[in-house]
Design a protein. Structure first.
Length: 128
């Protein structure tokens, strides 16, 4: 298989209510998401047709709706569900990599960021 083309969204930000602690579910905090979309853009580039690629604006809206939607205890759960939804919604994708950052996580020592990165491809979703 050849190296796929990549569309990358970085820094999609929304307030979510994910976390184990009651104050996280009550007060919310920012979640920052990056998504790398793996696909072949050759047909879209040759025809200049958006329908043959991925509308990254719509992907950004999906990310925001998931961050602001159902609250989960773990960002692992949010990340996996987000990756699986994006892959399901866009059949042209070969794979997706989603990184969810939780920069205001309730950690009692100085830190810069906490994040989780999930990679899902058509192969490992079908096998699951």
């Amino acid at each position: 298989m050849s190296q796929p083309d990549l569309i990358t969204l970085k820094g999609v930000t929304a307030i979510g209510y994910h976390g184990v602690f009651a104050h996280e579910k009550r007060d919310g905090q920012p979640f920052i998401t990056d998504a790398v979309l793996h696909l072949n853009v050759g047909a879209a580039a040759a025809t200049d047709d958006l329908a043959l690629t991925v509308n990254y604006g719509a992907v950004a809206e999906t990310i925001v709706s998931m961050v602001t939607g159902e609250a989960f205890d773990l960002i692992e759960t949010l990340s996996v569900r987000m990756a699986e939804k994006i892959l399901a919604d866009y059949p042209v994708l070969e794979a997706v990599e989603v990184t969810v950052h939780k920069p205001k996580a309730p950690i009692q020592v100085p830190f810069g960021d906490v994040s989780i990165t999930i990679f899902r491809s058509r192969e490992n979703v079908c096998a699951a």
